[in-house]
Design a protein around this ligand. Structure first.
Ligand code: TRP
Length: 332
């Protein structure tokens, strides 16, 4: 049997270009390899660490599911599910938490950067931090290890989390024998940091994202907001330091990219460059956007697909969890 590839997306905001380029696109590309077994999911309980509004969590979760499908995930060739439909993940999460040194969690960057921010602003170190957020990496390790995943395509910011999953798997295996497969992360090297509207990394927390399924008019408006300098049109420009070029090449063909590089080097007006970016993006997204809108309007259909996926997933997770429980001395 081929390797198992697994990845998830948490519903904490609308799917944006950074999610697509950094996570969805590479994951779907890997999925083209027929010999791989694919498990792709909506990490809704990870979303709960942040989103405490029921309608919002529901809508964002459907948004992630619809995005996967609209962009080409084929649920007949992958196991496609909602994390919360697989109770074994949460049982394993508890088991793993009993093997996770607290100090390791203190060093996990999502928690650490919030705690440091609190300290800098003179607040209590743990102000506003819930235990779900603190133990986030353990739940993620359970996601990964329960499926005996070998390859985990993620954005650069998730490397540490996959490393934590490896550490937990190794210490468990050391104690009980070889149970867990040790996962490896895969990142898209050349596109690992997608710049946002202001040139910083595109991220919900910087409020600089471009939603992927934005309607054309709004998309155009957002692209026009991308920060540029005041170089005159005829001045040669460096494509490799331009946000516009970085995004352009993700949606253009190789020929278009070569041509755009030449135009940058000869001098292109920012307005013109933005128009070209809108052109390639909008034509790329036109079809997925239709599919996305159709799915979002039909949540029952999404539920049915996800439910089906959960059934397939549990064929693997139920027996594997049983094996794990036997190893630790919890008999059923
Ligand atoms: N933490 C990931 C993110 O924020 C989402 C995620 C949850 C995930 N569980 C996972 C990714 C397991 C890969 C594998 O993007």
């Amino acid at each position: 049997m081929g390797k198992t590839v697994l990845t998830g997306i948490k519903p904490t905001g609308q799917i944006h270009l950074g999610n697509y380029i950094g996570a969805i696109k590479p994951a779907l590309r890997l999925a083209e390899n027929e010999s791989y077994q694919k498990a792709y999911f909506v990490a809704d309980y990870h979303g709960l660490t942040k989103i405490h509004d029921q309608n919002q969590l529901k809508e964002l979760s459907y948004g992630v599911a619809a995005a996967w499908l609209a962009l080409g995930l084929d649920p007949d060739r992958a196991i496609f599910y909602r994390q919360s439909d697989i109770p074994e993940i949460f049982e394993l999460s508890w088991i793993l938490s009993c093997f996770a040194p607290k100090g390791l969690m203190n060093r996990a960057h999502a928690y650490k950067s919030l705690a440091e921010g609190n300290q800098r602003s003179g607040k209590d170190v743990d102000a506003g931090i819930n235990m779900g957020l603190f133990t986030y990496p353990i739940l993620m390790a359970a996601d990964i290890l329960l499926f005996q995943s070998e390859l985990v395509p993620v954005g650069k910011d998730q490397i540490q989390h996959v490393e934590i999953a490896r550490d937990l798997a190794e210490s468990f295996n050391k104690q009980y024998g070889k149970i867990f497969t040790i996962p490896e992360y895969i990142i898209q090297e050349e596109t690992s940091v997608i710049p946002g509207l202001d040139g910083r990394k595109m991220s919900k927390s910087y409020n600089n994202t471009i939603p992927l399924f934005e309607e054309p008019k709004k998309l155009q408006k957002l692209i026009n907001k991308i920060k540029t300098d005041s170089m005159p049109a005829e001045e040669p420009k460096d494509p490799d330091s331009s946000v516009i070029f970085a995004l352009y090449k993700e949606f253009a063909t190789i020929e278009q990219t070569v041509e755009m590089r030449r135009r940058f080097e000869q001098g292109i007006g920012w307005g013109e460059a933005k128009k070209e970016l809108f052109g390639v993006m909008n034509s790329f997204i036109a079809e997925p956007r239709l599919k996305y809108d159709e799915l979002i309007a039909n949540p029952r259909k999404l539920d049915a697909i996800l439910y089906d996926g959960a059934k397939k997933a549990r064929k693997k997770t139920i027996p594997f969890l049983k094996e794990i429980k036997e190893k630790i001395g919890i008999y059923q």
